[in-house]
Design a protein around this ligand. Structure first.
Ligand SMILES: Nc1ncnc2c1ncn2[C@@H]1O[C@H](COP(=O)(O)OP(=O)(O)OP(=O)(O)O)[C@@H](O)[C@H]1O
Ligand SMILES: [Mg+2]
Length: 492
C-alpha cells in the first residue's frame, strides 16, 4: 500500500480542540474525574481572580505520576478509548486533562509527585501556535511555579490552568469583573455538589472550592419521609447490567419553604424532572426525558435514576466531555415503561395531592420487594423480609408452613437472575468445602423435595439439585457427599 505520512498541523488542531463544547462546570468536573481515578481523598479546587489573568488549580493527594506517566498523560490521546477500563474508573478517552483545560485557558501546567519524586510538564498554546509544532515544555515557567507551591504529601498532583482567556471572557473588552468571576465559581460549586453527590455521600472523598467544602446535593430527596422510592430494577442491555429506580418527590404542600427551594436545584423543579444518568456513580446527564416524553409541569416530581458501568460507554455513546449520552434502542422501550409509571404517580400527586403523609408507623419497613444488599460479595439483591404483606402472611402460617415459605424465599433470592454470578469451575470428582450454613440449606431443600415427592431416588434428587441456580458452581460429588452424610433417604 502506498502511503504518505500526513501529520496534523499543531496550531489549528489545538485551537479546534478548545471548542469541543465544554462549559466551565463540565471542564472542572472532567479534571476532578482524574483526581478521583488517582484515588485522591482530598481535592482542592482554587480559583484566583486577577485583573490581568486569573488562575485555576486542582490539587489532589492521589497516587501522582512518575516522569514517564506524566509524559504520556500530557499526550493528546494518551489512552485508547477502546481499552477496558478498571472498575469504577471515570476516564475513557485519554483526552480530558488536555481538552478540559484548554477550554478554560491557554496554559496547562502539571506538577506531580510520586513516592517523593517530582515531575512536571506544561502545554503553552501560545508557544504551540507560534512554532506550529507539538512542543511540550518540560519545565513549568517560573511565574506559574511560584504561585502553585509544592505538594506536601508523598504523592499527589497539581493541575494548574492560567492564561484564562476563555474562562475570563474572550477578549479584553469583555473580561469578567471580580464579582462575576466569583458568581461563576458559585455556579461551578453547585454543579459539583450535584454531579459528585453520590460519590461525596460515601464520605470517603472530600472536595473543597476555595477552602469551602462541597456539600452533596441529593436530587432524589431520599432523606425526606414523603419521598416515594420505586423498586430498584435491573435491566440487561446489550450484556451490561443497568440499574434503574424512580423517585417521586413530595408535593410542595409537604415541604417547608427552604426544602422546596433546595429541591428545585439550580434549574428549577420543571427542569429537574426526568432521567438522571450516572456512570460509575458520577452524574453524567439530567434534565429531561431524552426524547421519550416531553417535559410538563405535572411530571416535575418524577426523577428516575439510571446507573451505568463504564463498560456500557460505547453502547450509550458517552462523549468526551462526560456530559452527553444517547439512549440505546433496547433501553428506550424499557425506560419508557418505567418512566411512564413514575410520571403517572407524579401527576396524581401533583394534581390531587394523593400522597400519604409520613408512612403509618404501624407499617414497618420499606415497601420494596427487593433491596440492595450493599455487600461486595454474596447476593447483590436481597428480598425484603420485612415487607408488610410478607409479615402478615408469616403471622398467619403455622410453624411448618412458615419454614417452607422461608425456604422458598431463600431460593427465590439465591436463584434470582440478578444475583447469579459466574462461578469458577471445579473438577467434577473433587468434593468442595462449603460453610455449614450452605450445607444446611442444601439439606433443607433436598428433604423438602423428598417430602413433596418431587424426587424419589438419589439420582433424581441430585439431578434436580444440580440444575438449581442457587447451587450454581457446586458439582455432583459435593452434593452427593452432603446428601449422603445427612442420610436423607433413611429419614424419608
Ligand atoms: N490528577 C491526576 N493524578 C494522577 N494521574 C492523572 C491525573 N490526571 C490525569 N492523570 C493521568 O493522565 C491520564 C490522561 O488523563 P486524561 O484526562 O487526558 O484522560 P483519561 O482520564 O484517561 O480519559 P478521559 O479523556 O475520558 O478523561 C490519565 O489516564 C491518568 O493516567
Ligand atoms: Mg480524564
Amino acid at each position: 500500500m502506498e502511503t504518505v505520512l500526513t501529520r496534523p498541523s499543531a496550531a489549528p488542531v489545538i485551537q479546534a480542540l478548545r471548542s469541543i463544547g465544554y462549559n466551565a462546570s463540565t471542564a472542572i468536573a472532567d479534571l476532578i474525574d482524574n483526581s478521583l481515578d488517582a484515588k485522591a481523598l482530598i481535592i482542592n479546587i482554587n480559583f484566583a481572580y486577577a485583573e490581568s489573568d486569573g488562575m485555576i488549580t486542582i490539587s489532589d493527594n492521589g497516587m501522582g505520576m512518575n516522569e514517564e506517566m506524566l509524559q504520556r498523560a500530557m499526550n493528546i490521546g494518551s489512552k485508547d478509548p477502546r481499552a477496558k477500563r478498571g472498575a469504577n474508573e471515570l476516564g475513557r478517552f485519554g483526552m480530558g486533562l488536555k481538552t478540559a483545560s484548554f477550554s478554560l485557558g491557554k496554559r496547562l501546567s502539571v506538577l506531580t509527585k510520586k513516592n517523593g519524586a517530582y515531575s512536571e510538564r506544561c502545554w503553552d498554546l501560545d508557544h504551540v501556535s507560534e512554532c506550529n509544532e507539538w512542543q511540550l515544555l518540560t519545565v513549568i515557567p517560573e511565574c506559574v511555579k511560584n504561585k502553585i507551591g509544592t505538594i506536601e504529601d508523598e504523592s499527589g498532583t497539581i493541575v494548574c490552568i492560567d492564561k484564562l482567556d476563555r474562562f475570563m471572557g474572550y477578549d479584553s473588552k469583555r473580561k469578567l469583573k471580580e464579582t462575576s468571576f466569583y458568581n461563576k465559581v458559585a455556579r461551578i460549586n453547585r454543579h459539583l455538589e450535584f454531579v459528585f453527590h453520590s460519590i461525596l455521600e460515601k464520605n470517603e472523598v472530600k472536595m473543597f472550592i476555595n477552602g469551602n467544602e462541597v456539600v452533596p446535593w441529593d436530587p432524589f430527596m431520599r432523606y425526606h419521609p414523603n419521598t416515594m422510592e420505586g423498586e430498584m430494577q435491573m435491566l440487561r442491555i446489550n450484556d451490561n447490567r443497568i440499574k434503574v429506580q424512580y423517585f417521586i418527590l413530595p408535593h410542595a404542600a409537604h415541604l417547608t419553604e427552604p426544602e422546596y427551594k433546595k429541591a428545585g436545584g439550580y434549574k428549577g423543579w420543571r427542569d429537574h424532572q426526568g432521567l438522571y444518568i450516572y456512570r460509575e456513580n458520577r452524574l453524567l446527564y439530567f434534565g429531561d426525558w431524552m426524547g421519550l416524553f416531553p417535559k410538563d409541569a405535572a411530571s416535575q416530581l418524577a426523577r428516575v435514576r439510571i446507573d451505568l458501568p463504564n463498560e456500557a460507554d460505547s453502547d450509550w455513546q458517552v462523549d468526551i466531555k462526560k456530559s452527553g449520552i444517547n439512549l440505546p434502542e433496547d433501553a428506550k422501550r424499557r425506560l419508557e415503561a418505567i418512566s411512564s409509571i413514575a410520571r403517572k404517580v407524579s401527576r396524581d400527586i401533583f394534581y390531587f395531592r394523593t400522597q400519604p403523609g409520613p408512612r403509618n408507623p404501624a407499617i414497618k419497613g420499606s415497601l420494596n420487594t427487593w433491596e440492595q444488599s450493599g455487600s461486595e460479595d454474596g447476593p447483590q439483591f436481597i428480598l425484603n423480609r420485612n415487607h408488610p404483606i410478607l409479615s402478615e402472611l408469616l403471622k398467619n402460617l403455622d410453624d411448618e408452613n412458615a419454614k417452607l415459605l422461608n425456604l422458598y424465599l431463600k431460593f427465590v433470592q439465591l436463584g434470582s437472575p440478578s444475583n447469579i454470578i459466574d462461578s469458577p469451575k471445579v473438577p467434577e470428582e473433587e468434593v468442595q468445602g462449603l460453610p455449614d450454613s450452605q450445607k444446611e440449606l442444601i439439606i433443607q431443600f433436598a428433604s423438602s423435595l423428598l417430602k413433596l415427592n418431587v424426587a424419589d431416588n438419589e439420582e433424581q434428587l441430585l439431578n434436580i439439585l444440580l440444575t438449581q441456580p442457587a447451587f450454581d458452581g457446586l458439582n455432583r460429588a459435593t452434593l452427593k457427599a452432603i446428601t449422603t452424610e445427612a442420610n436423607l433417604f433413611d429419614i424419608n
